[in-house]
Design a protein around this ligand. Structure first.
Ligand code: BDR
Ligand code: CA
Length: 313
C-alpha cells in the first residue's frame, strides 16, 4: 500500500460536499490533515457544523475541522438554500455534533500546515467558493510552490452555468477568489459542470446506497433524495448531478476522468457573465495552460466506487 496522500478538504456542506467527505473518510488512499469550512451553500455557522456532523456520522470525531471565511472577498455572499435546504444538509435527521470546532482560523491553519509539511506533499480539495484558499495564498504567497496540486469542483464551459447562464455556483459566489487561485501557478485539476452533469443520482444509484443497510448508506440516500429534487425539476432528468465527490474520486481513480490541459481565466468584470470560467479548450490564445479541465467521466465506475467506499464506513 503506497503512503496515503495528504489532503485538506475545503468545503461548504452541502449534501454533495458531505458525500465527498464520506468518500474520503472511507478511502485508505488519504491522510486527511483537516477540513476547512467556508461560507457558500449556506452561511459559515452551518457549513462548519455540517462538516462536523458528517465526521461524526462516519464515526470520525478525531478529524480536525476549522472555520474560515464568513463571506467572499469582495461580493456579498450568495447562498443556495433552494437546492440544499435551510440547514444545508436537509434530508436525514443528523444529531447536533459533539466534537469541537478547532480554535485556529482555517486560513491560518492552511498557511501553517502548508509551511510545515514537506513541500509538494499536500493536495488541496476545494468543494465550495475559493475564499479560504485565496486568502491563504494572499496571506502567505510562499505556500503556492509548496502545494502539490489543487483539485477543485467549480466552473463549467460547454455545459454553461447553473446559477447564471454562464457561471457555476462555486466560482460565481467568489469570482475574485477564483481568479487568485487560477493565477497562482499551483497545478490545478478542475471538475466543472461538464463532468458533474454526467454523474446523475438516478433512483437505482440511490437505492444502492440505501441497500448498504448502514447508517451512512441510509443518510446518504436521504441526503441525495433531498438534493436531487431541485435539479430534477430544473433539468427534467432522473437524478441530479453529484458534483463534489468527483474531486475525491479523481484522486483515488484518475482513470475515471478525461480532460485536457488548457488555460482557464475567470470573468470578474462583467456583471452579465460574472464568475464564468473561460476555458481555452482549443488553444486559440497564447495564455499559459494553468489547469487540467475535465470533460468526461465513467459515471458507472464513479458510482460503483462511491458505494464500495461508503460501504466501508
Ligand atoms: C457546486 O455548488 C454547490 O451547490 C455544490 O455543493 C457544488 O459544490 C455545484 O455548482
Ligand atoms: Ca460544495
Amino acid at each position: 500500500m503506497p503512503v496515503p496522500r495528504k489532503i485538506i478538504i475545503d468545503t461548504d456542506p452541502g449534501q454533495d460536499d458531505a458525500v465527498a467527505i464520506l468518500l474520503a473518510l472511507g478511502s485508505p488512499e488519504f491522510d486527511i490533515l483537516g477540513i476547512t469550512a467556508v461560507a457558500g451553500n449556506v452561511p459559515l455557522k452551518l457549513t462548519e457544523k455540517n462538516a462536523r456532523k458528517i465526521c461524526e456520522l462516519a464515526g470520525r470525531p478525531d478529524i480536525k475541522v476549522y472555520s474560515g471565511a464568513i463571506r467572499p472577498l469582495i461580493r456579498e455572499l450568495v447562498t443556495a438554500e433552494e437546492v440544499h435546504g435551510k440547514t444545508g444538509l436537509n434530508g436525514p435527521e443528523l444529531p447536533e455534533p459533539t466534537m469541537k470546532l478547532e480554535e485556529q482560523h482555517a486560513v491560518d491553519y492552511l498557511v501553517e500546515t502548508l509551511m510545515r509539511e514537506e513541500a509538494g506533499t499536500v493536495t488541496l480539495c476545494p468543494l465550495g467558493p475559493l475564499t479560504n484558499v485565496a486568502l491563504a495564498l494572499i496571506r502567505e504567497p510562499r505556500i503556492a510552490p509548496r502545494i502539490k496540486e489543487i483539485v477543485l469542483m467549480g466552473g463549467g464551459f460547454f455545459e454553461g452555468g447553473n446559477v447564471t447562464p454562464s457561471a457555476e455556483f462555486n466560482i460565481y459566489v467568489d469570482p475574485h477568489a477564483a481568479d487568485v487561485v487560477f493565477r497562482s501557478g499551483v497545478p490545478i485539476v478542475m471538475m466543472p459542470l461538464d463532468v458533474t452533469h454526467k454523474a446523475l443520482t438516478t433512483t437505482k444509484r440511490i437505492d444502492a446506497f440505501r441497500q448498504l443497510g448502514t447508517r451512512v448508506g441510509l443518510a446518504t440516500a436521504q441526503m441525495l433524495e433531498f438534493f436531487e429534487r431541485y435539479d430534477e425539476g430544473k433539468y427534467g432528468t432522473d437524478g441530479g448531478p453529484l458534483h463534489d465527490p468527483c474531486v475525491i474520486a479523481y484522486l483515488i481513480k484518475p482513470e475515471l476522468f478525461q480532460g485536457r490541459h488548457c488555460n482557464v481565466t475567470v470573468e470578474t468584470a462583467s456583471e452579465l457573465t460574472m464568475g464564468m470560467t473561460v476555458v481555452d479548450w482549443w488553444g486559440v490564445t497564447k495564455r499559459p495552460k494553468n489547469a487540467i479541465v475535465m470533460r468526461d467521466i465513467d459515471h458507472d465506475g464513479f458510482f460503483a466506487l462511491l458505494v464500495e467506499r461508503l460501504g466501508r464506513l
